[in-house]
Design a protein around this ligand. Structure first.
Ligand SMILES: [Zn+2]
Length: 249
């Protein structure tokens, strides 16, 4: 029954997005893995990713970095219509192998959020699939491209909502410090693991970062709260037509 209800909902979302054709402000897309071999719901194929990036480029979307979007909001400037921002969570190794060549070819900036204590290791998702994570050397290579910004995703990918303040602060501050030391960069952006945040984690992220992204699927306008920037996720079940609804609703 739920399956049928979801199908009906999805059908009306698609119809609505193509009738409404909203283009004001920005959409921040949240990716995880781009991988031809993974069965994880977090992984999309390189072909799907290429098709999505080509759609954005060939339809004149204003593709900017997350940091540039944050600067627009900080300065109270209008966000140009059809602005889109690309982000990746967790720092999977396939971001370098399969997403980066496409980003580089089409000059598309992106931000990768890494859990600093897991760099060079692997992560197992809720379905039990394990995916390798980027090493410090690989992150350093990506930084040098000037297309990729590295942000923090805590130290251990801890879900912060409801966590003790001391533990939260260590997760939020240690990851920033480690990323800055290992990569010799300034780490100013943060992503809450699983998008989950509470007042405490929002205040702490404000103490250490310029901005933090969450996963509420809204559009972004100039009045957006910089510590709960909305994002829309792209997963292996996101068909191309659904991808377009992420942009236009
Ligand atoms: Zn994550």
């Amino acid at each position: 029954m739920n399956y049928i209800i979801n199908k009906i909902k999805s059908f009306f979302t698609i119809i609505y997005s193509f009738v409404a054709q909203k283009t004001q402000g920005a959409i921040v897309l949240e990716y995880h893995s781009v991988n031809p071999n993974s069965k994880s719901f977090l992984s999309i194929t390189p072909e799907a990713f290429l098709k999505q990036m080509l759609f954005l480029r060939s339809n004149n979307w204003n593709i900017i970095s997350l940091l540039d979007l944050v600067t627009l909001i900080e300065n109270g400037n209008e966000i140009p219509d059809k602005t889109v921002v690309i982000t990746f969570d967790d720092g999977y190794k396939d971001n370098l192998d399969h997403a980066f060549p496409i980003l580089e070819k089409y000059k598309i900036p992106a931000t990768i959020f890494v859990p600093s204590a897991l760099v060079g290791k692997s992560m197992v998702n809720r379905e039990g699939y394990s995916l390798d994570l980027l090493s410090w050397d690989e992150l350093s290579f990506l930084c040098q491209s000037n297309l990729i910004t590295i942000g923090s995703h805590t130290a251990t990918h801890a879900v912060l909502a409801g966590l003790d303040e001391d533990v939260s602060e260590a997760e939020i501050s240690e990851s920033k410090k480690n990323i800055e030391i290992k990569l010799d960069i300034e780490c100013t952006l943060f992503a809450y693991p699983k998008g989950k945040n509470d007042e405490n984690s929002r205040l702490l992220s404000k103490k250490y970062y310029k901005a933090a992204v969450a996963t509420v699927p809204d559009r972004v306008d100039k009045n957006c709260d910089l510590y709960t920037i909305p994002r829309r996720g792209v997963y292996n079940y996101t068909s191309f037509i659904k991808f377009k609804t992420l942009l236009f609703r």
